[in-house]
Design a protein around this ligand. Structure first.
Ligand code: SF4
Length: 536
Protein backbone atom coordinates (compact mmCIF):
# COMPACT_ATOMS: atom_id res chain seq x y z
CA UNK A 1 0.00 0.00 0.00
CA UNK A 2 2.80 2.39 1.05
CA UNK A 3 4.89 1.36 -2.05
CA UNK A 4 1.96 2.00 -4.41
CA UNK A 5 1.27 5.40 -2.86
CA UNK A 6 4.99 6.28 -3.06
CA UNK A 7 5.19 5.33 -6.76
CA UNK A 8 2.11 7.40 -7.47
CA UNK A 9 3.34 10.52 -5.79
CA UNK A 10 7.06 10.44 -6.63
CA UNK A 11 7.93 12.87 -9.51
CA UNK A 12 10.64 10.55 -10.91
CA UNK A 13 8.58 8.59 -13.56
CA UNK A 14 6.88 11.79 -14.76
CA UNK A 15 10.19 13.61 -14.95
CA UNK A 16 11.75 10.70 -16.89
CA UNK A 17 8.82 10.63 -19.34
CA UNK A 18 9.13 14.40 -19.84
CA UNK A 19 12.92 14.28 -20.36
CA UNK A 20 12.75 11.38 -22.81
CA UNK A 21 10.12 13.20 -24.89
CA UNK A 22 12.41 16.27 -25.03
CA UNK A 23 15.56 14.24 -25.82
CA UNK A 24 13.87 12.17 -28.53
CA UNK A 25 12.81 15.36 -30.38
CA UNK A 26 16.18 17.02 -30.17
CA UNK A 27 18.16 15.18 -32.84
CA UNK A 28 20.13 17.16 -35.40
CA UNK A 29 18.22 15.77 -38.39
CA UNK A 30 14.82 16.95 -37.20
CA UNK A 31 13.80 20.00 -39.31
CA UNK A 32 13.68 23.27 -37.43
CA UNK A 33 11.60 26.28 -38.29
CA UNK A 34 13.71 29.19 -39.46
CA UNK A 35 13.37 32.47 -37.76
CA UNK A 36 14.20 35.84 -39.23
CA UNK A 37 12.79 38.53 -41.47
CA UNK A 38 9.75 37.62 -43.56
CA UNK A 39 10.19 38.75 -47.18
CA UNK A 40 8.35 38.25 -50.47
CA UNK A 41 10.46 38.25 -53.65
CA UNK A 42 8.77 39.00 -56.97
CA UNK A 43 9.34 36.74 -59.97
CA UNK A 44 7.44 35.03 -62.78
CA UNK A 45 6.47 31.44 -62.41
CA UNK A 46 7.47 28.92 -65.01
CA UNK A 47 5.74 26.08 -63.22
CA UNK A 48 3.53 26.13 -66.29
CA UNK A 49 3.57 28.07 -69.54
CA UNK A 50 1.07 30.72 -68.35
CA UNK A 51 3.80 32.87 -66.77
CA UNK A 52 1.87 34.30 -63.80
CA UNK A 53 3.49 36.95 -61.63
CA UNK A 54 4.12 35.66 -58.13
CA UNK A 55 5.85 36.58 -54.91
CA UNK A 56 7.79 33.86 -53.13
CA UNK A 57 7.44 34.28 -49.37
CA UNK A 58 10.54 33.57 -47.30
CA UNK A 59 11.45 33.54 -43.64
CA UNK A 60 15.11 33.94 -42.78
CA UNK A 61 15.83 33.44 -46.52
CA UNK A 62 13.98 30.09 -46.71
CA UNK A 63 11.06 29.89 -49.16
CA UNK A 64 7.87 28.69 -47.52
CA UNK A 65 4.96 29.99 -49.58
CA UNK A 66 3.76 31.71 -52.74
CA UNK A 67 1.24 34.46 -53.30
CA UNK A 68 0.13 36.31 -56.41
CA UNK A 69 1.72 39.63 -57.34
CA UNK A 70 -1.09 42.17 -57.11
CA UNK A 71 1.01 44.78 -58.98
CA UNK A 72 0.88 42.71 -62.16
CA UNK A 73 -1.74 43.81 -64.69
CA UNK A 74 -2.28 40.32 -66.12
CA UNK A 75 -2.55 37.86 -63.24
CA UNK A 76 -3.47 40.69 -60.80
CA UNK A 77 -2.49 38.85 -57.64
CA UNK A 78 -4.04 35.52 -58.58
CA UNK A 79 -2.36 32.11 -58.47
CA UNK A 80 -3.71 28.66 -59.15
CA UNK A 81 -3.24 25.69 -56.76
CA UNK A 82 -0.06 24.53 -58.54
CA UNK A 83 1.87 27.73 -57.90
CA UNK A 84 0.34 28.11 -54.46
CA UNK A 85 2.28 24.95 -53.57
CA UNK A 86 5.38 25.93 -55.56
CA UNK A 87 7.54 26.46 -52.47
CA UNK A 88 6.68 23.00 -51.13
CA UNK A 89 7.70 21.54 -54.51
CA UNK A 90 11.21 22.87 -53.86
CA UNK A 91 11.59 20.15 -51.24
CA UNK A 92 9.53 17.44 -52.91
CA UNK A 93 10.87 13.91 -52.29
CA UNK A 94 10.43 13.35 -56.05
CA UNK A 95 13.21 15.83 -56.88
CA UNK A 96 16.32 14.49 -58.58
CA UNK A 97 19.22 15.27 -56.24
CA UNK A 98 21.95 15.52 -58.89
CA UNK A 99 23.12 14.06 -62.22
CA UNK A 100 22.28 10.37 -62.59
CA UNK A 101 23.40 7.74 -65.10
CA UNK A 102 21.45 4.55 -65.76
CA UNK A 103 23.34 1.53 -64.48
CA UNK A 104 21.42 -1.63 -65.34
CA UNK A 105 17.91 -1.02 -64.08
CA UNK A 106 19.02 1.49 -61.43
CA UNK A 107 20.70 4.90 -61.48
CA UNK A 108 24.09 5.86 -60.12
CA UNK A 109 25.19 9.36 -59.21
CA UNK A 110 27.80 11.02 -61.42
CA UNK A 111 29.34 14.49 -61.41
CA UNK A 112 28.37 17.30 -63.80
CA UNK A 113 31.86 17.10 -65.34
CA UNK A 114 31.42 13.37 -65.98
CA UNK A 115 28.01 14.02 -67.54
CA UNK A 116 29.45 16.70 -69.83
CA UNK A 117 32.39 14.50 -70.87
CA UNK A 118 30.08 11.55 -71.57
CA UNK A 119 27.78 13.62 -73.76
CA UNK A 120 30.59 15.44 -75.55
CA UNK A 121 32.15 12.08 -76.41
CA UNK A 122 28.85 10.72 -77.73
CA UNK A 123 27.94 13.86 -79.70
CA UNK A 124 31.25 14.53 -81.40
CA UNK A 125 30.77 11.51 -83.66
CA UNK A 126 27.24 12.64 -84.59
CA UNK A 127 28.06 16.14 -85.85
CA UNK A 128 26.62 16.73 -89.29
CA UNK A 129 24.45 13.59 -89.27
CA UNK A 130 20.90 14.75 -89.90
CA UNK A 131 18.31 13.56 -87.38
CA UNK A 132 20.80 11.74 -85.16
CA UNK A 133 20.47 14.31 -82.38
CA UNK A 134 16.95 15.39 -81.45
CA UNK A 135 15.13 17.27 -78.72
CA UNK A 136 11.61 17.57 -77.34
CA UNK A 137 10.70 20.70 -75.40
CA UNK A 138 7.70 21.39 -73.22
CA UNK A 139 8.54 25.07 -72.76
CA UNK A 140 6.65 27.02 -75.41
CA UNK A 141 7.90 30.46 -74.42
CA UNK A 142 11.47 30.38 -73.09
CA UNK A 143 14.66 31.62 -74.75
CA UNK A 144 16.25 28.39 -73.47
CA UNK A 145 14.73 26.89 -76.63
CA UNK A 146 16.96 29.16 -78.73
CA UNK A 147 20.01 27.72 -76.96
CA UNK A 148 18.88 24.11 -77.37
CA UNK A 149 17.60 24.40 -80.94
CA UNK A 150 20.63 26.53 -81.92
CA UNK A 151 22.89 23.83 -80.44
CA UNK A 152 21.11 21.16 -82.49
CA UNK A 153 21.40 23.34 -85.60
CA UNK A 154 25.14 23.70 -84.89
CA UNK A 155 25.38 19.89 -84.82
CA UNK A 156 23.56 19.74 -88.15
CA UNK A 157 20.18 18.59 -86.85
CA UNK A 158 16.78 20.19 -87.26
CA UNK A 159 14.97 17.54 -85.19
CA UNK A 160 13.63 19.95 -82.56
CA UNK A 161 10.02 19.47 -81.46
CA UNK A 162 7.56 20.91 -78.98
CA UNK A 163 5.06 18.93 -76.94
CA UNK A 164 1.49 19.17 -78.31
CA UNK A 165 -0.56 22.04 -76.92
CA UNK A 166 -3.14 24.59 -78.03
CA UNK A 167 -0.16 26.77 -78.97
CA UNK A 168 1.40 24.17 -81.30
CA UNK A 169 -1.98 23.37 -82.87
CA UNK A 170 -2.53 27.05 -83.63
CA UNK A 171 1.03 27.34 -84.97
CA UNK A 172 0.32 24.42 -87.33
CA UNK A 173 -2.74 26.29 -88.59
CA UNK A 174 -1.52 29.92 -88.63
CA UNK A 175 2.21 29.51 -89.32
CA UNK A 176 1.80 26.26 -91.24
CA UNK A 177 -1.19 25.91 -93.54
CA UNK A 178 -2.12 29.63 -93.55
CA UNK A 179 1.47 30.86 -94.00
CA UNK A 180 1.21 33.58 -91.32
CA UNK A 181 4.00 34.93 -89.15
CA UNK A 182 4.07 35.77 -85.45
CA UNK A 183 1.65 34.37 -82.91
CA UNK A 184 -2.14 34.52 -82.67
CA UNK A 185 -3.35 36.46 -79.61
CA UNK A 186 -6.69 37.02 -77.88
CA UNK A 187 -7.69 40.45 -76.57
CA UNK A 188 -10.00 39.29 -73.77
CA UNK A 189 -9.52 42.59 -71.94
CA UNK A 190 -11.04 44.55 -74.84
CA UNK A 191 -13.81 42.09 -75.74
CA UNK A 192 -17.51 42.54 -75.12
CA UNK A 193 -18.25 38.97 -76.24
CA UNK A 194 -16.00 35.93 -75.93
CA UNK A 195 -16.97 32.76 -77.76
CA UNK A 196 -14.89 29.76 -76.73
CA UNK A 197 -15.08 26.79 -79.07
CA UNK A 198 -13.51 23.91 -77.18
CA UNK A 199 -11.05 26.20 -75.35
CA UNK A 200 -11.58 25.93 -71.60
CA UNK A 201 -10.20 29.39 -70.84
CA UNK A 202 -11.17 29.24 -67.16
CA UNK A 203 -9.22 26.07 -66.44
CA UNK A 204 -6.94 24.74 -69.15
CA UNK A 205 -6.40 27.16 -72.04
CA UNK A 206 -3.42 29.53 -72.01
CA UNK A 207 -2.83 31.88 -69.08
CA UNK A 208 -5.83 30.72 -67.06
CA UNK A 209 -5.33 33.09 -64.12
CA UNK A 210 -5.21 36.11 -66.47
CA UNK A 211 -8.22 34.72 -68.39
CA UNK A 212 -10.21 34.44 -65.17
CA UNK A 213 -9.23 37.95 -64.08
CA UNK A 214 -10.05 39.46 -67.50
CA UNK A 215 -13.52 37.88 -67.57
CA UNK A 216 -14.25 38.45 -63.87
CA UNK A 217 -13.39 42.16 -64.16
CA UNK A 218 -16.23 42.54 -66.66
CA UNK A 219 -18.69 40.41 -64.74
CA UNK A 220 -18.72 41.90 -61.24
CA UNK A 221 -20.90 40.27 -58.60
CA UNK A 222 -22.59 43.62 -58.22
CA UNK A 223 -22.91 46.01 -61.15
CA UNK A 224 -23.30 45.71 -64.89
CA UNK A 225 -21.90 42.83 -66.85
CA UNK A 226 -19.92 44.12 -69.84
CA UNK A 227 -18.85 40.87 -71.45
CA UNK A 228 -20.91 37.93 -72.67
CA UNK A 229 -19.25 34.54 -72.39
CA UNK A 230 -20.39 31.76 -74.71
CA UNK A 231 -19.00 28.24 -74.67
CA UNK A 232 -19.37 25.63 -77.39
CA UNK A 233 -17.93 22.20 -76.74
CA UNK A 234 -18.73 18.61 -75.90
CA UNK A 235 -17.98 18.72 -72.16
CA UNK A 236 -19.39 20.94 -69.42
CA UNK A 237 -16.00 22.41 -68.58
CA UNK A 238 -15.39 25.14 -66.02
CA UNK A 239 -15.82 27.70 -68.78
CA UNK A 240 -19.11 26.09 -69.81
CA UNK A 241 -20.21 26.13 -66.17
CA UNK A 242 -19.82 29.91 -65.83
CA UNK A 243 -20.77 30.87 -69.41
CA UNK A 244 -23.99 32.72 -70.23
CA UNK A 245 -24.73 29.99 -72.75
CA UNK A 246 -23.24 26.54 -73.26
CA UNK A 247 -23.86 25.07 -76.70
CA UNK A 248 -23.14 21.33 -76.58
CA UNK A 249 -21.16 20.31 -79.69
CA UNK A 250 -20.24 16.74 -80.60
CA UNK A 251 -16.60 15.79 -79.80
CA UNK A 252 -15.34 16.20 -83.39
CA UNK A 253 -17.82 18.89 -84.38
CA UNK A 254 -15.94 22.07 -83.37
CA UNK A 255 -14.57 22.85 -86.84
CA UNK A 256 -17.95 22.23 -88.52
CA UNK A 257 -19.63 24.49 -85.95
CA UNK A 258 -17.03 27.24 -86.56
CA UNK A 259 -17.38 26.94 -90.34
CA UNK A 260 -21.17 27.05 -89.97
CA UNK A 261 -20.80 30.34 -88.10
CA UNK A 262 -18.37 31.62 -90.76
CA UNK A 263 -20.94 30.76 -93.44
CA UNK A 264 -23.65 32.77 -91.66
CA UNK A 265 -21.28 35.73 -91.11
CA UNK A 266 -20.31 35.76 -94.79
CA UNK A 267 -23.97 35.57 -95.80
CA UNK A 268 -24.68 38.60 -93.65
CA UNK A 269 -22.00 40.60 -95.48
CA UNK A 270 -18.82 39.98 -93.49
CA UNK A 271 -15.57 39.61 -95.40
CA UNK A 272 -11.87 39.21 -94.64
CA UNK A 273 -8.81 40.80 -96.19
CA UNK A 274 -6.78 37.58 -95.91
CA UNK A 275 -5.84 35.79 -99.12
CA UNK A 276 -8.03 33.02 -100.50
CA UNK A 277 -11.28 34.53 -99.22
CA UNK A 278 -13.32 33.37 -102.22
CA UNK A 279 -12.15 29.79 -101.84
CA UNK A 280 -12.82 29.93 -98.10
CA UNK A 281 -16.34 31.29 -98.66
CA UNK A 282 -17.03 28.34 -100.99
CA UNK A 283 -15.84 25.92 -98.32
CA UNK A 284 -17.90 27.62 -95.59
CA UNK A 285 -20.99 27.52 -97.82
CA UNK A 286 -20.89 23.73 -97.53
CA UNK A 287 -21.58 24.14 -93.80
CA UNK A 288 -25.15 25.31 -93.89
CA UNK A 289 -27.32 24.77 -90.79
CA UNK A 290 -28.34 21.24 -91.82
CA UNK A 291 -24.73 20.18 -92.44
CA UNK A 292 -23.70 21.65 -89.07
CA UNK A 293 -26.47 19.79 -87.27
CA UNK A 294 -25.33 16.57 -88.91
CA UNK A 295 -21.61 17.09 -88.24
CA UNK A 296 -21.70 18.89 -84.89
CA UNK A 297 -25.10 18.02 -83.43
CA UNK A 298 -26.00 21.72 -83.08
CA UNK A 299 -29.57 22.70 -83.90
CA UNK A 300 -30.16 25.53 -86.40
CA UNK A 301 -31.68 27.80 -83.76
CA UNK A 302 -28.62 27.52 -81.48
CA UNK A 303 -26.25 28.16 -84.42
CA UNK A 304 -28.26 31.22 -85.50
CA UNK A 305 -28.35 32.58 -81.94
CA UNK A 306 -24.55 32.43 -81.62
CA UNK A 307 -24.04 33.98 -85.08
CA UNK A 308 -26.44 36.80 -84.20
CA UNK A 309 -24.63 37.46 -80.92
CA UNK A 310 -21.31 37.67 -82.79
CA UNK A 311 -22.78 40.09 -85.32
CA UNK A 312 -24.27 42.33 -82.66
CA UNK A 313 -21.16 42.52 -80.47
CA UNK A 314 -18.78 45.47 -80.93
CA UNK A 315 -15.59 43.58 -80.07
CA UNK A 316 -16.23 39.86 -80.27
CA UNK A 317 -13.32 37.45 -79.84
CA UNK A 318 -13.38 33.76 -80.73
CA UNK A 319 -11.02 31.48 -78.80
CA UNK A 320 -10.53 27.97 -80.14
CA UNK A 321 -8.75 25.06 -78.54
CA UNK A 322 -9.17 21.79 -76.73
CA UNK A 323 -10.90 21.21 -73.43
CA UNK A 324 -7.70 19.67 -72.05
CA UNK A 325 -5.29 22.39 -73.22
CA UNK A 326 -3.29 19.79 -75.15
CA UNK A 327 -4.26 20.99 -78.60
CA UNK A 328 -7.37 20.21 -80.60
CA UNK A 329 -7.67 19.83 -84.33
CA UNK A 330 -5.81 22.01 -86.82
CA UNK A 331 -9.06 22.52 -88.78
CA UNK A 332 -10.72 24.07 -85.73
CA UNK A 333 -7.68 26.32 -85.16
CA UNK A 334 -7.75 27.52 -88.78
CA UNK A 335 -11.52 28.04 -88.67
CA UNK A 336 -11.06 30.07 -85.47
CA UNK A 337 -8.56 32.36 -87.23
CA UNK A 338 -11.01 32.77 -90.11
CA UNK A 339 -13.87 33.65 -87.73
CA UNK A 340 -11.79 36.32 -86.00
CA UNK A 341 -10.70 37.68 -89.40
CA UNK A 342 -14.36 37.92 -90.50
CA UNK A 343 -15.25 39.70 -87.26
CA UNK A 344 -12.31 42.14 -87.54
CA UNK A 345 -10.89 40.67 -84.31
CA UNK A 346 -7.79 38.91 -85.60
CA UNK A 347 -4.88 39.70 -83.29
CA UNK A 348 -1.34 38.79 -84.32
CA UNK A 349 1.55 39.31 -81.91
CA UNK A 350 4.99 39.93 -83.40
CA UNK A 351 7.86 37.63 -82.46
CA UNK A 352 10.55 39.21 -80.30
CA UNK A 353 14.03 39.29 -81.85
CA UNK A 354 16.18 36.22 -81.26
CA UNK A 355 19.28 36.36 -79.08
CA UNK A 356 20.90 33.22 -80.53
CA UNK A 357 21.10 34.37 -84.12
CA UNK A 358 21.29 31.02 -85.89
CA UNK A 359 18.58 29.33 -83.80
CA UNK A 360 15.59 28.35 -85.97
CA UNK A 361 12.48 30.57 -85.78
CA UNK A 362 10.21 29.66 -82.88
CA UNK A 363 6.98 29.74 -84.88
CA UNK A 364 8.37 27.29 -87.45
CA UNK A 365 9.42 24.88 -84.70
CA UNK A 366 6.06 25.18 -82.94
CA UNK A 367 4.31 24.19 -86.17
CA UNK A 368 6.10 20.83 -86.28
CA UNK A 369 4.38 17.64 -85.12
CA UNK A 370 6.20 15.61 -82.45
CA UNK A 371 3.67 12.77 -82.51
CA UNK A 372 3.99 12.36 -86.29
CA UNK A 373 7.79 12.44 -85.97
CA UNK A 374 7.84 9.74 -83.28
CA UNK A 375 5.46 7.63 -85.38
CA UNK A 376 7.90 8.00 -88.31
CA UNK A 377 10.81 7.01 -86.06
CA UNK A 378 8.85 3.98 -84.92
CA UNK A 379 8.03 3.02 -88.51
CA UNK A 380 11.64 3.50 -89.65
CA UNK A 381 10.67 6.46 -91.88
CA UNK A 382 12.79 8.90 -89.84
CA UNK A 383 16.22 8.21 -88.33
CA UNK A 384 16.21 6.93 -84.75
CA UNK A 385 18.06 9.56 -82.71
CA UNK A 386 21.35 8.51 -81.16
CA UNK A 387 20.87 11.25 -78.56
CA UNK A 388 17.42 12.54 -77.59
CA UNK A 389 17.17 15.50 -75.19
CA UNK A 390 13.92 16.07 -73.29
CA UNK A 391 13.53 19.52 -71.75
CA UNK A 392 10.67 20.61 -69.48
CA UNK A 393 8.51 17.78 -70.77
CA UNK A 394 7.31 14.33 -69.82
CA UNK A 395 6.43 12.76 -73.18
CA UNK A 396 6.41 9.20 -71.81
CA UNK A 397 3.36 10.25 -69.78
CA UNK A 398 1.76 13.17 -71.58
CA UNK A 399 1.77 12.25 -75.27
CA UNK A 400 -1.26 10.54 -76.79
CA UNK A 401 -0.88 6.74 -76.67
CA UNK A 402 1.79 7.29 -74.03
CA UNK A 403 2.81 3.64 -73.65
CA UNK A 404 3.58 3.29 -77.38
CA UNK A 405 5.35 6.67 -77.41
CA UNK A 406 7.45 5.64 -74.40
CA UNK A 407 8.62 2.55 -76.31
CA UNK A 408 9.72 4.78 -79.20
CA UNK A 409 11.52 7.17 -76.84
CA UNK A 410 13.29 4.18 -75.35
CA UNK A 411 14.73 3.34 -78.79
CA UNK A 412 16.95 6.45 -78.68
CA UNK A 413 20.61 5.56 -78.24
CA UNK A 414 20.93 7.91 -75.27
CA UNK A 415 17.78 9.41 -73.76
CA UNK A 416 18.70 12.51 -71.75
CA UNK A 417 16.13 14.03 -69.41
CA UNK A 418 16.60 17.49 -67.89
CA UNK A 419 13.72 16.94 -65.50
CA UNK A 420 13.66 18.50 -62.04
CA UNK A 421 11.58 15.57 -60.82
CA UNK A 422 11.75 11.80 -61.26
CA UNK A 423 8.89 11.63 -63.75
CA UNK A 424 8.05 8.83 -66.20
CA UNK A 425 10.46 10.07 -68.89
CA UNK A 426 13.28 10.61 -66.39
CA UNK A 427 12.76 7.07 -65.07
CA UNK A 428 13.15 5.81 -68.66
CA UNK A 429 16.20 7.98 -69.40
CA UNK A 430 19.84 6.90 -69.64
CA UNK A 431 20.98 10.19 -68.20
CA UNK A 432 19.16 12.63 -65.90
CA UNK A 433 20.65 16.12 -65.69
CA UNK A 434 18.25 17.86 -63.32
CA UNK A 435 17.24 21.44 -64.02
CA UNK A 436 16.68 23.70 -61.02
CA UNK A 437 13.13 24.27 -59.78
CA UNK A 438 11.71 27.39 -61.54
CA UNK A 439 12.13 29.49 -58.37
CA UNK A 440 15.84 28.56 -58.23
CA UNK A 441 16.78 29.67 -61.73
CA UNK A 442 16.99 32.48 -64.25
CA UNK A 443 14.49 32.01 -67.06
CA UNK A 444 12.15 33.99 -69.26
CA UNK A 445 8.88 33.87 -71.17
CA UNK A 446 8.01 35.48 -74.49
CA UNK A 447 4.31 36.12 -75.02
CA UNK A 448 2.80 33.11 -73.21
CA UNK A 449 0.18 31.77 -75.64
CA UNK A 450 -3.29 33.20 -75.11
CA UNK A 451 -2.29 36.78 -74.23
CA UNK A 452 -3.56 39.69 -76.32
CA UNK A 453 -0.31 41.67 -76.46
CA UNK A 454 3.34 40.84 -77.06
CA UNK A 455 4.71 40.43 -73.54
CA UNK A 456 8.15 39.61 -72.18
CA UNK A 457 8.77 38.34 -68.65
CA UNK A 458 11.90 37.51 -66.69
CA UNK A 459 12.01 34.90 -63.93
CA UNK A 460 14.85 35.28 -61.45
CA UNK A 461 16.22 32.86 -58.86
CA UNK A 462 14.40 33.76 -55.65
CA UNK A 463 15.05 30.56 -53.68
CA UNK A 464 18.34 28.96 -52.68
CA UNK A 465 19.14 25.72 -54.57
CA UNK A 466 17.93 22.67 -52.67
CA UNK A 467 19.69 20.11 -54.92
CA UNK A 468 22.76 19.73 -57.12
CA UNK A 469 21.04 21.02 -60.26
CA UNK A 470 22.29 23.02 -63.22
CA UNK A 471 20.47 25.40 -65.53
CA UNK A 472 19.88 23.41 -68.74
CA UNK A 473 20.81 26.23 -71.16
CA UNK A 474 24.01 26.84 -69.15
CA UNK A 475 24.87 23.14 -69.39
CA UNK A 476 24.20 23.17 -73.14
CA UNK A 477 26.34 26.30 -73.62
CA UNK A 478 29.22 24.52 -71.83
CA UNK A 479 28.73 21.42 -73.98
CA UNK A 480 28.59 23.55 -77.14
CA UNK A 481 31.92 25.11 -76.18
CA UNK A 482 33.49 21.64 -75.82
CA UNK A 483 32.18 20.58 -79.23
CA UNK A 484 33.19 23.76 -81.02
CA UNK A 485 29.59 24.85 -81.66
CA UNK A 486 29.59 28.65 -81.41
CA UNK A 487 26.29 29.95 -80.03
CA UNK A 488 27.74 33.39 -79.37
CA UNK A 489 27.42 33.16 -75.58
CA UNK A 490 29.10 31.42 -72.68
CA UNK A 491 26.37 31.87 -70.06
CA UNK A 492 22.57 31.92 -70.20
CA UNK A 493 22.43 35.17 -68.26
CA UNK A 494 24.29 36.83 -71.14
CA UNK A 495 21.82 35.32 -73.63
CA UNK A 496 18.91 36.83 -71.69
CA UNK A 497 20.66 40.18 -71.31
CA UNK A 498 21.12 40.29 -75.10
CA UNK A 499 17.46 39.38 -75.53
CA UNK A 500 16.27 42.09 -73.16
CA UNK A 501 18.46 44.64 -74.93
CA UNK A 502 17.22 43.58 -78.38
CA UNK A 503 13.63 43.95 -77.19
CA UNK A 504 14.34 47.38 -75.70
CA UNK A 505 13.23 46.37 -72.21
CA UNK A 506 14.80 47.25 -68.87
CA UNK A 507 16.58 44.36 -67.11
CA UNK A 508 16.24 45.78 -63.60
CA UNK A 509 12.53 46.49 -64.01
CA UNK A 510 11.94 42.97 -65.34
CA UNK A 511 14.03 41.42 -62.56
CA UNK A 512 11.91 43.30 -60.02
CA UNK A 513 8.81 41.52 -61.34
CA UNK A 514 7.71 43.97 -64.03
CA UNK A 515 6.45 42.91 -67.45
CA UNK A 516 7.44 44.40 -70.81
CA UNK A 517 4.25 44.80 -72.82
CA UNK A 518 4.31 46.01 -76.41
CA UNK A 519 1.39 47.47 -78.37
CA UNK A 520 3.13 46.54 -81.60
CA UNK A 521 1.02 44.31 -83.86
CA UNK A 522 2.28 41.51 -86.05
CA UNK A 523 1.45 41.16 -89.70
CA UNK A 524 -2.01 39.71 -90.39
CA UNK A 525 -1.00 38.78 -93.94
CA UNK A 526 -1.85 35.15 -94.56
CA UNK A 527 -4.01 32.89 -96.65
CA UNK A 528 -7.23 31.43 -95.32
CA UNK A 529 -5.89 28.13 -96.61
CA UNK A 530 -9.25 26.65 -97.56
CA UNK A 531 -7.81 23.73 -99.53
CA UNK A 532 -5.55 22.65 -96.65
CA UNK A 533 -8.37 23.32 -94.19
CA UNK A 534 -10.70 21.06 -96.15
CA UNK A 535 -8.19 18.21 -95.80
CA UNK A 536 -7.31 18.88 -92.13
S1 SF4 B 1 -1.38 29.11 -64.24
FE1 SF4 B 1 -0.08 30.67 -63.28
S2 SF4 B 1 -0.32 30.29 -61.11
FE2 SF4 B 1 -0.94 28.40 -62.17
S3 SF4 B 1 0.92 27.12 -62.34
FE3 SF4 B 1 0.76 28.34 -64.19
S4 SF4 B 1 2.06 30.10 -63.79
FE4 SF4 B 1 1.54 29.20 -61.80
Amino acid sequence: MGGAAGTLFTPIPWKLADDSSIWSQNWSWIPRLKSGAVTADATYSKLCSAGCAVKVKKVGGLAFGVKGNADNALSQGGVCPLCANGAQMLRSPARVAGPLKKDGSAFKAISWDEAEALLADKLKGLKGQSGKVAAISGDGSGTANEVLSGFLAGLGSSAYYYMPSDQTTMAKAWNGIMGGSGQIGYDLEGADLVLCIGADIMDAFGPTVRNQKAIAAKRPIEGDKTVTLLYAGPVRTRTAAVADTWVPVSPDGGAAFALGLANLLIKSGKGASLGGFGEFAELAAKFGPDAVEKAAGVKTEALMTVAKALLMAKNPVVVVGSGSGQGGGVALAAAGVALNALLGSLTVLPEFPKAVSHAPDRSGLLAKDVVAWLADVDAGKAPTPEVLFVYEANPAYALPQAAAMAKTLDKAGLLVSFSTYMDETAALADLILPAPHPFERLDDAQSPYGLGKATYLLATAVAAPEKDCKSTPDFILGLAGKLGVDLGFGAFEDVLKAKVQAIGADWDALAAGGAFVSDRKGSAQADLGASALAKA
